[in-house]
Design a protein around this ligand. Sequence first.
Ligand SMILES: Cc1cc2nc3c(=O)[nH]c(=O)nc-3n(C[C@H](O)[C@H](O)[C@H](O)COP(=O)(O)O)c2cc1C
Length: 499
Amino acid sequence: MIDPKVSFFLLELLFFFFLQLGSSFCRQGKRVSSFLLPATLSSRKMATRAALKFVRECSVYRKVKSNNISKHSFSTSSSTTTHTPQPPFPKKVTQLSKKGRLFTGVAVGLLIGGGAYASTVDEATFCGWLFSATKLVNPFFAFLDPEVAHRLAVSAAARGWVPIEKRPDPTILELEVWGRRFTNPLGLSAGFDKNAEAVEGLLGLGFGFVEVGSVTPVPQEGNPKPRIFRLPKEGAIINRCGFNGEGIVAVAKRLGAQHGKRKLETSSTSSPNGDEVINGGKAGPESLGLILERIRLLYADLIVHTNHLQVINISSPNTPGLRQLQGRKQLKDLVKKVQAARDEMQWGEEGPPPLLVKIAPDLSKQDLEDIAAVALDLRIDGLIISNTTIQRPDSVCNNPVAEETGGLSGKPLFSLSTDILKDMYVLTKGKIPLIGCGGVGSGEDAYKKIRAGATLVQLYTAFAYGGPALIPKIKAELAQCLERDGYQSIHEAVGADCR
Ligand SMILES: Cc1cc2nc3c(=O)[nH]c(=O)nc-3n(C[C@H](O)[C@H](O)[C@H](O)COP(=O)(O)O)c2cc1C
């Protein structure tokens, strides 16, 4: 994650880059690199020293050059000599050096002026700038193939090449669910960080929680590419990824590495393919695989890192037969198995992780009633509503991409998933915390989900289009919505439209 001071330094490097560009017109690359290298490698102090050295060298160079040129003009005018000395630089370079000097002057001016101004602003303002600046890269990402863009974004977040949210969340957004504290209710939904590569970076962006996965028991290729399609005008995506991922062993290792071993205690057991595995307590990798079969780990806030929430995903449209597990009997059997596997394992003093089920938006009233009954009966801790839809609402029908097979997400999914959310809130009598997901792209959308019965909210597609700058924006708007309607907390607003 980029610390504002580091970012400031990077900004300065950008200026140095311009300096180099300017100086390259002067053909003095060697000299410039003498300060550019230390600038990249070490402290600003070194860079400043090297920059001063560079400026000194430049002035020496100018003196030498003017001497050479005057010598040269002298020798050419006295054409009596047999040997004509070569001018130190071709004539063209003398013209370019003017441009170079201009560039260098502008860059130095910007560096000093920008640096002086930036040093006067507080950390919060600077942080705001950084988030806004990320909008500049959105067109570049939009230009790339969706899967390449996604890979790049995950890698950037994994390496910490993303801004870090230093501003505290508005207190009105704070809440406690399942005994866990969330600084805000906005989470990143499944599918973005399938392999848990970038949890820290993504949480650092200001999400209240990050869901990783879906994780499968063994590594899977998923469906053939292309399998992600953009519908930018409609603010939508169609995907048929089909659970591509590195599998549970790789994910468990990463999570263990990132978050210590409070929950994922190290045991040098070997997995069936010989890899050393980090697993939960007495359970071996097989039972971890069992419990995590079609289950994802849900990360919630830094405090909650050590005790994940688990989500059973039975709603992806891209795995044949998976959605049938949402039937009353099938769901009951599956949840019982998972609960039994979970209870067999040793957990810390916080107890076993809450178990959630993620459902599809394409369910009939009867399906919803069945799921609600199972959820209440087996005391499922929460429901995520919803996954992508196989429907194609009118708003996307004119786009030929809509004919692609797969699940539709983003704006066109908003009302469909919010209606199901409302139904489920009523059916479960508000007794089960619900996570509202589908088409959230603004604070107003998040607020509508909360009023429809969601305690927490997730998004994916809007983040894919809007990037990091969207997160603080949604949080600020949501806080405004709550205050506007006189709520003191999120809990007060949950289900307001269903009463
Ligand atoms: C490219 C892509 C991959 C996804 N992968 C998963 C997944 O592996 N597991 C899952 O439960 N949901 C997955 N989803 C669904 C999202 O988590 C989310 O439920 C859905 O996109 C609706 O939210 P949105 O409208 O904010 O995108 C994926 C969505 C997209 C666009």
